[in-house]
Design a binder for this molecule. Structure first.
Ligand SMILES: Nc1nc2c(c(=O)[nH]1)N[C@H]1C(S)=C(S)[C@@H](COP(=O)(O)O)O[C@H]1N2
Ligand SMILES: [Mo]
Length: 352
């Protein structure tokens, strides 16, 4: 494994803001392009009166339609549990100052490196991925090992809706209505021993269903993340099983993923298949790859710049508006006490 190759390959997290801004500007035309396929299907492929150029386009797009989902919302697994949707909104978690992000945008501008690490246009690649059935292995410092069936788990929980701000380390932000349940409820079910200080999460790795796993050998899949126990048990820590009142589309992390709104997006692993309790800080995917750029805590903090870009502001993906980054992404009321040492004033880059 070659370090400079790895650096290039990690582009989206490595990339400088001007470059990702131009990526983002391309996202809308790309979506419009793909959407045209569905439009053509609605018209019917036999429509008369198309020009030769138009006919050629119809043919190539119709062919493409056989091996990609029709649209970013057509990737919701048909066998996902649907009881309890749409769930009642928890009024304690709303984002009155920001518009909820357009649903199609939140499902067509994604980071899911198991499919592709170089593009946000992940959803067309998810066709082979079957999120259900899936199980979670519970291991490490627990009363007893167990394997939890994810569909049964989802059916057994009281689902609620929470609107959270979402902030990627790359400095883009969206606002998402998640459906799910508190992570604390899942941890309770795992029965960790009192000696557990940390919890580690591992994402699914299915090379035959996720094309980016074998094609990007410089990434150490499966994706893995970790939290301190006090973070995992914080009221804000949420297991998302759905969004916008329906089960999660594949590209958003079906069958379930974490939503930790005070941390950068990469702290929230998608498609979790293993939960392990430990008595020391576990390694994490990005911290192991680039320890000088991605810390273990990775809290949203405008005072701690990324070594290659400022985190003082962020871009709302939908409008392109540039706004000030909030300390703990605006969730200090819940989590500031967990981090007495974290800077409240601007300082230099850090890795922790
Ligand atoms: N398994 C896995 N989980 C992941 C990622 C990933 O590549 N693989 N990307 C992370 C990053 S960097 C972000 S910003 C969010 C993106 O979530 P979204 O695509 O639903 O907005 O997922 C996080 N969880
Ligand atoms: Mo991210």
């Amino acid at each position: 494994m070659n370090f400079s190759l790895r650096k290039d390959a990690a582009m989206p997290h490595i990339i400088l803001p001007p470059a990702w801004q131009s990526d983002e500007r391309n996202a809308a035309p790309e979506y419009v392009y793909r959407n045209r396929r569905a439009f053509i299907r609605t018209l019917g492929l036999g429509t008369v009166g198309v020009t030769a150029l138009g006919a050629a386009m119809c043919e190539s797009e119709a062919t493409a339609a056989f091996d990609t989902p029709d649209g970013p919302l057509d990737t919701i697994p048909p066998n996902a549990p649907r009881d309890g949707y749409p769930a009642t909104r928890n009024a304690a978690f709303e984002v009155p100052e920001r518009a909820t992000t357009d649903r199609v945008l939140a499902s067509s501008y994604n980071n899911f490196y198991e499919f592709d690490g170089a593009s946000k246009d992940v959803w067309p690649l998810t066709e082979p991925y079957e999120p259900f059935p899936m199980t979670i292995d519970v291991r490490g410092l627990v009363e007893s090992r167990q394997t939890i069936d994810v569909a049964s788990l989802i059916r057994s929980m009281d689902l609620e809706e929470r609107i959270y701000r979402f902030r990627c380390v790359e400095a883009w932000a969206i606002t998402v209505p998640w459906t799910g349940f508190p992570l604390g409820k899942l941890i309770e079910r795992c029965k960790p021993l009192s000696s557990a200080t940390h919890v580690r999460f591992v994402s699914v790795s299915r090379p035959k269903q996720m094309q980016g796993i074998d094609s990007q050998p410089w990434y150490p899949f499966p994706y893995y993340e970790g939290l301190r126990m006090d973070e995992a048990l914080n009221e804000l820590a949420f297991v998302a099983t759905g969004m916008y009142g329906e089960p999660l589309p594949k590209q958003n992390g079906a069958p379930l993923r974490l939503a930790l709104p005070w941390k950068y997006g990469y702290k929230g692993p998608k498609a979790i298949v293993r939960i392990e309790f430990t008595n020391r800080q576990p390694g994490t995917f990005w911290n192991d790859l680039q320890p000088d750029e991605y810390g273990f805590l990775s809290n949203v903090n405008p005072n701690i710049p990324h070594p290659r870009w400022s985190q003082a502001t962020e871009e709302l993906v939908e409008t392109g508006q540039r706004v000030d980054t909030k300390l703990y992404n605006g969730y200090g009321e819940w989590v500031a006490d967990l981090y007495p040492d974290e800077p409240r004033e601007p300082r230099g880059p850090m890795a922790r």
